[in-house]
Write a protein that binds this ligand. Structure first.
Ligand code: IMP
Ligand code: MG
Length: 192
C-alpha cells in the first residue's frame, strides 16, 4: 500500500471535486422533466454512448416519464490519452434498429464535438426519424457546439468519475473530479 510519504513519483489522481453527486442528481431530475415535456407523444429511443454515457443514462431514463426503448452504441476516440485522437471508432457500427426511431443520443461530455457530430449524421443516414442530443457536461472550449440538452458547462479540465474515465479508470467515482498530476498524491479516501 502506498503511503503519502512513500513516493516521489508524479501520478495522475482524481483530486478536487467539480460536481457533487447531489447536484448531479438534481440537474438530471430537471433534464428528465424537460425531455419528458419536449418529447411528449413520442417513444424516444435512448442511445447511451458507451462506455462513458452509461451511468448518466441509467439515472436519466428513470427521470423520463415516457415509454422509451434503449439502444446502446459503442464509440471511442480517446484511447489511453487525455486528448481526442481525432478519429471516432464505432466497433459495432450503427444498429439498423435505429431506423424510424426518434433517437436521443446521450453522452457524458461534449469536448471536440466529433462523437456527437459523427453519430448524428450516421443515425440520420441509417434512417432515424429524428435525432436529439443530450450531454451531462460541456467543456468551455465547446460552448459554440450545440446539444439539445446540457447538464453543466464546465472549465477546460480533464474530469473523471460518474462514468468518465482516464485510461479506463475512475468511472465508478460518484462525484465528478478533476484529474490532476500531483507529487506525493494522497489516496482518494484521504482527499474526499
Ligand atoms: P468529443 O467527441 O471530442 O466531443 O469527446 C467526447 C468523448 O471524449 C466523450 O464521450 C468522452 O469519452 C471523452 N472525453 C472528453 N473529455 C473528457 C474528459 O475530460 N474526461 C473523460 N473523458 C473525456
Ligand atoms: Mg465517451
Amino acid at each position: 500500500m502506498r503511503s503519502e510519504h512513500s513516493t516521489q513519483k508524479m501520478d495522475d489522481r482524481p483530486a478536487r471535486i467539480l460536481l457533487k453527486r447531489a447536484e448531479i442528481q438534481e440537474r438530471i431530475r430537471s433534464l428528465g422533466e424537460q425531455i419528458t415535456l419536449e418529447m411528449q407523444g413520442l417513444t424516444p429511443c435512448i442511445m447511451p454512448i458507451l462506455d462513458g454515457g452509461m451511468i448518466f443514462t441509467s439515472d436519466l431514463i428513470r427521470q423520463i416519464s415516457l415509454p422509451i426503448t434503449l439502444l446502446p452504441i459503442k464509440a471511442s476516440s480517446y484511447g489511453q490519452e487525455r486528448v481526442s485522437s481525432g478519429r471516432l471508432e464505432l466497433p459495432l457500427g450503427v444498429s439498423p434498429l435505429a431506423r424510424d426511431q426518434d433517437v436521443l443520443l446521450v453522452d457524458d461530455i461534449l469536448d471536440t464535438g466529433l462523437t456527437l457530430t459523427t453519430l448524428y449524421s450516421s443515425l440520420l443516414a441509417a434512417g432515424a426519424r429524428s435525432v436529439r442530443t443530450c450531454v451531462l457536461l460541456r467543456k468551455q472550449h465547446a460552448v459554440h457546439l450545440h446539444a439539445d440538452y446540457i447538464g453543466f458547462d464546465i472549465p477546460n479540465e480533464f474530469v473523471v468519475g460518474y462514468g468518465l474515465d482516464h485510461a479506463g479508470h475512475h468511472r465508478n467515482l460518484p462525484d465528478i473530479r478533476c484529474l490532476e498530476t500531483r507529487k506525493n498524491p494522497k489516496s482518494l479516501n484521504q482527499s474526499s
